[in-house]
Design a protein around this ligand. Structure first.
Ligand code: CO
Length: 214
């Protein structure tokens, strides 16, 4: 028996269950996707986007990478954001980190892990910037968890500083960028209440005028 047989069996059962509940579910879905949400989360296997927020296929546009990092030079992540905002016109971007993130923990330690170290470098920079604040926490676990939150807050800022998001606001498009964090230990998804919904919430240094406007 194939190593993957159990997965194919699971899939057949899953598709069957959905079809029984709603016979034309997949047919309808194949015609179009109109998700209202873009999820930017960690690749961690314990943080399955749709399941956590109880959404079905079609409801959530998803980008995941190690430690939910949004870099202004990452064509992959930026392309996802651009397509989600300009074409799908999602209304909410949910930047979701999680407590106990291995990527965040790695960025706080001195062991080399390889290529991933470069990917996590901006989190190490954040760790350095916040070293006084983080030193207030007693255990490594608490420091990791706090940096997980600070990382989400930083990535919310990074998303809202993109020209993609700012141009959507210039067009009058309704778009909010939220920062949330998921607890692997309790399954709870929490709002960090750092939502950005318009230009006026950005520091002046990051505000861009519409393209072509001098
Ligand atoms: Co993680």
């Amino acid at each position: 028996m194939s190593d993957l047989q159990q997965l194919f069996d699971n899939n057949a059962r899953w598709a069957e269950e959905i079809t029984q509940r709603e016979p034309d579910f997949f047919e309808k879905l194949a015609k179009q996707q109109v998700p209202e949400y873009l999820w930017i989360g960690c690749s961690d296997a314990r943080v399955p986007a749709n399941e956590i927020v109880g959404l079905l296929p079609g409801d959530l546009f998803v980008h995941r990478n190690v430690a939910n990092v949004v870099l202004h030079t990452d064509l992959n992540c930026l392309s996802v954001i651009q397509y989600a905002v300009d074409v799908l016109k999602v209304k909410h971007i949910l930047v979701t980190g999680h407590y106990g993130c291995g990527g965040v923990r790695a960025a706080m330690r001195d062991a080399q892990l390889g290529l991933i170290d470069g990917w996590l470098r901006t989190i190490r920079d954040l760790y350095y910037d916040q070293r006084d604040h983080l030193a207030l926490f007693e255990s490594e676990e608490e420091r990791v968890d706090r940096l997980c939150e600070l990382n989400v807050i930083q990535q919310v800022a990074n998303v809202s500083h993109t020209s993609i998001v700012q141009n959507a606001w210039h067009r009058g498009q309704s778009l909010s960028v939220h920062g949330c964090i998921y607890g692997i230990k309790d399954g709870r998804w929490k709002n960090l209440n750092v939502t950005v919904s318009g230009m006026e919430q950005l520091p002046p240094q990051y505000r861009l005028r519409p393209l072509g406007q001098a």
